[in-house]
Design a protein around this ligand. Structure first.
Ligand code: FRU
Length: 482
C-alpha cells in the first residue's frame, strides 16, 4: 500500500515546552522507543507514533536517523497499521540487520472481541521504505493462551539462530517467552524465559536482554507494579534451558517519566539505552500545543565492579556545551547557603557538581541543591541529599514545588557515598525535562517539568554538616533542532 504521510509534515505549534536537546516528534503523539539500531554508519530510532493527534491512537512507527546520536533528522513514517493483522496498531518492537537488510520485528494489534496480538516483520532495501513480510504474522498466537497480552518482541542472533523474546502474562504474573528461528519467518517456541515472583507486575512489557562482560542484563517494563518502574535484572541466560536466572535487580530510573526503555549496541561496542520520557499516567500539558512525548538523552550502560549497571550520558552530548563557567563555592558551613544566577537567558543547561562532606565525626549530613525559577509563583526544584554515615548511603529526593502546570512529583533513590565522603551529580535541564545522574550513574531521576518561568538561579544550602564544593561547572547547551 502507498502512503505519503511524513512525520514532519504538520509541525507542532511553537510552544515554550518544545525540547531543545531531546528527541521528540515533529508533531502529535509518541511513546516507546522502537527498533533502536546502529546500521550502516547511522543511528536509527523508531518510535510509537500517532500522526493524527497528540493522543494515543492506532500506532504507526515514526523514524529518525543520526550520524552521532545527538543531532537527529526525521524520516518518513516506516510502518502503517494497514493490514488485517495490524489494523489497530503496529505496536512496539525492534530492528535487526538481516544480511544487510534493515528488518523490523513488531507486534500487530487487533482490537475488539477478537483482540489478538501477533508478531510480524518488515524489511527494507534502502533503510527508509519498509515492506511487510508476506508470511505475516510470523508468530500468530500466544502459546501461553493470553491472546491480548503478547507484545514487544526483541530479537538477537546467537549461536547461528535468531532468538526472540516477547512480553506475556499468565495468572496475574508478567512473563517473558522465548522463540528461536533460522530465518525470522518460521519460529519455534522454546518456553518461558523468566516470570514475575508475584510482586513484579501482571504483564511484562518491552523486554530486552543483552550481555555485558560475563553478565546478562534483562530490562522490563512491568505493568501494575507499584511505582512507575522500569527495572533491570542482572543474572544469567542459560542457552540450553532457555531460562534467565536473576541474581540482582533494581530500577533503571527513579523518576516519574521513564518507561519502555530499549537498548542497542553501537559500532564502538557500547550498550546504549533510551527511554520514553513520559508516562501513561502523568498530566501532559503539551497536548494542548499539539504534541506529546519525547525520549531521554541516550545513556551508556556499564557494569560497576560490584556488577550493578551504571547509566552515563552519551559522551557525544558534550559537543552541545557552550558558554561554560566554573563557580567557586568552596566551603559551605552548616546553616549557610550560596546562590548563583545563570547569566544567560536560555533555560537549557548542564551542571556538574562534586562535593565532600567534611567534619567526618558527624553521623549525618543534609544538603539542598535548589533550582529556582524567575516566575512570581516561586517555582522550585528542590534536590535533597541526606547522608547517613552509618549505612554509608545518601538518600536523594527530587521535589517539583509550586508548579502551577503539571503534576506535583517527588522522586526518591539511594546511592552509596564515595571515597572521603564525596558525592557527584550531573544535571541536564531542558525546557520541559530534568535528568539527574548521581554518583557516576549509579542512579538516575528523570521528570518532565512545566515551569512558567525559567529555572535560572541555583541555591546550595548546607543544613546539617559542612560541605566542601570541589567542582561546580555549568554549560549552556545548544539546540539539536537546527
Ligand atoms: C508500552 C506499550 C507497549 C505497546 C505500546 C503501544 O508503553 O504499552 O507494550 O507495544 O506501548 O503503544
Amino acid at each position: 500500500m502507498m502512503h505519503n504521510l511524513s512525520s514532519e509534515q504538520s509541525s507542532s505549534l511553537v510552544d515554550r515546552y518544545r525540547l531543545s536537546f531531546h528527541f521528540m516528534p515533529a508533531a502529535n503523539w509518541m511513546n516507546d522507543p522502537n527498533g533502536l539500531i546502529y546500521f550502516k554508519g547511522y543511528y536509527h530510532l523508531f518510535y510509537q507514533h500517532h500522526p493524527f493527534s497528540p493522543y494515543w491512537g492506532a500506532m504507526h512507527w515514526g523514524h529518525a536517523i543520526s550520524k552521532d546520536g545527538v543531532y537527529w533528522s526525521h524520516l518518513p513514517i516506516a510502518l502503517y497499521p494497514d493490514e488485517s493483522y495490524d489494523c489497530d496498531g503496529c505496536f512496539s518492537g525492534c530492528a535487526v540487520d538481516n544480511q544487510g537488510k534493515l528488518t523490523l520485528i513488531y507486534t500487530g494489534n487487533i482490537n475488539g472481541e477478537d483482540n489478538i496480538q501477533s508478531q510480524c516483520a518488515a524489511q527494507s532495501e534502502d533503510g527508509i521504505h519498509f515492506e511487510k513480510y508476506k508470511q505475516n504474522p510470523v508468530i500468530g498466537f500466544n502459546p501461553d493462551g493470553d491472546l491480548y497480552n503478547f507484545r514487544d518482541p526483541k530479537v538477537w542472533m546467537q549461536d547461528g539462530l535468531w532468538h526472540l523474546i516477547v512480553g506475556s502474562s499468565k495468572e496475574g504474573r508478567g512473563r517473558i517467552l522465548l522463540f528461536r528461528s533460522e530465518d525470522l519467518c518460521s519460529w519455534h517456541y522454546s518456553g518461558v524465559m523468566a516470570e514475575s515472583d508475584g510482586d513484579e507486575g501482571d504483564m511484562w512489557e518491552c523486554p530486552d536482554l543483552f550481555q555485558i562482560g560475563d553478565h546478562h542484563v534483562l530490562i522490563l517494563s512491568p505493568m501494575n507494579m507499584p511505582g512507575h518502574r522500569n527495572i533491570w535484572k542482572r543474572g544469567r541466560f542459560h542457552t540450553a534451558t532457555g531460562q534467565f536466572l536473576t541474581e540482582e535487580w533494581g530500577d533503571l530510573d527513579y523518576g516519574h517519566d521513564f518507561y519502555a526503555a530499549q537498548s542497542f549496541q553501537d559500532d564502538q561496542g557500547r550498550r546504549i539505552v533510551i527511554g520514553w520520557m513520559d508516562s501513561w499516567t502523568g498530566d501532559k500539558p503539551t497536548q494542548q500545543h499539539g504534541w506529546s512525548g519525547a525520549f531521554t538523552i541516550p545513556r551508556v550502560i556499564e557494569l560497576a565492579p560490584d556488577g550493578k549497571p551504571l547509566f552515563k550520558p552519551l559522551p557525544e552530548l558534550q559537543q552541545l556545551r557552550q558558554a561554560g563557567r566554573r563557580d567557586e563555592a568552596g566551603l559551605i558551613a552548616e546553616q549557610m547557603s550560596v546562590t548563583a544566577d545563570l547569566t544567560w537567558t536560555e533555560e537549557c543547561f548542564e551542571v556538574h557538581m562534586q562535593w565532600v562532606w567534611t567534619n567526618s565525626s558527624l553521623p549525618t549530613g543534609l544538603f539542598h541543591v535548589r533550582l529556582v525559577s524567575d516566575a512570581d509563583c516561586q517555582e522550585e526544584i528542590c534536590m535533597t541529599f541526606a547522608l547517613d554515615r552509618k549505612t554509608m548511603h545518601v538518600v536523594v529526593a527530587m521535589d517539583i514545588l509550586h508548579a502551577e502546570i503539571g503534576d506535583h512529583k517527588t522522586s526518591i533513590c539511594k546511592c552509596a557515598i564515595g571515597p572521603e565522603w564525596s558525592f557527584d551529580l550531573q544535571l541536564f535541564v531542558d525546557r520541559s525535562s530534568i535528568e539527574l545522574f548521581l554518583q557516576g550513574g549509579e542512579a538516575v531521576i528523570t521528570n518532565r517539568i512545566y515551569p512558567l518561568g525559567r529555572y535560572n538561579r541555583m541555591l546550595l544550602q548546607s543544613v546539617d554538616g559542612e560541605v566542601d564544593m570541589v567542582h561546580w561547572d555549568w554549560w549552556k547547551l545548544k539546540d539539536i533542532w537546527i
